[in-house]
Design a protein around this ligand. Sequence first.
Ligand code: BDR
Ligand code: CA
Length: 310
Amino acid sequence: MADRPRIILDCDPGVDDAIAIITAARWTDLVAMTTVSGNVDLDKTTANALRIRDLMGLDVPVHRGAARPFAGEPFHARYVHGMSGLGDIDLPPPSVSPDSDDAVEVIVETTRKEEGLHLVPIGPLTNIALALRADPGIAQRVASITIMGGGASGGNVTAAAEFNIYVDPEAADEVFRAGAPLTMVGLNLTHQVRMDAGHADACRGFGHRVGDIAAQLIDHNVDVHALGGLPGSGAMHDPCAVLAVSHPEVIRSEHRHVVVEVEGRYTRGQTLVDERGRMSRDPNCRVAYEADADRALELILQAVREAPNA
Ligand code: BDR
Ligand code: CA
């Protein structure tokens, strides 16, 4: 397909990351996947990216990245994604090792060889910040950095902070100040795109292995949202960032100035959105506000239905 956006997916699979990989395989040209410590440790996020690649028979390199945030200790979300990071799904270990251990170098070199790529980080921003430190010119060479993280209305780890920003606020701060064409697909948006048992059944009904795995992932996501006090359906965070690139018409966004709180007694990791221009600073970010949820869900389901089968 000629006009699919070409992306590097920086991920920490992660139940919804796995659905994002399936979505990206259908609607983008996946140039590479890079992995980062986040939902689980780096060995597991890397293994999980490889397991999903094996499942779909994708011809996409997987590069291992940062094992720890800039400051403090790694923080994981096993309480959401399970010990393996992919719930309890039934997938074999990866068939091969990652293509390299140098995700940061790959991001730098790939964006040097080809301008106009989209970086789509759907985990903590450690790799992206390291790449921008190594080569600040990335900010001018990419078509966008479209992140799933943060939000305009509160957090999910603390009252203020969303997980991907909370894990590495210093890295996020550098990314938001890099001068790149940035889009923030945060919790205020992703909670509009919810999958439930009916979506899992639809995936099972496709009659192939990727559909079965997607169904298990969706069921797991529904269960953990119920445990967290949101019964019935689970927000499908990470695929929304992919769709913001592949189908921008599905997600309405506005230019805003956004800063990351790196101190804050209660607010470390908050993405503070200057809704009224009180900071007198130019916008540095497109903030996603409104999703055409029905269309987004259709696109995710279509990606599962039409997934390449290993
Ligand atoms: C984000 O945090 C992770 O747990 C998910 O994979 C998603 O990227 C949502 O806050
Ligand atoms: Ca993620």
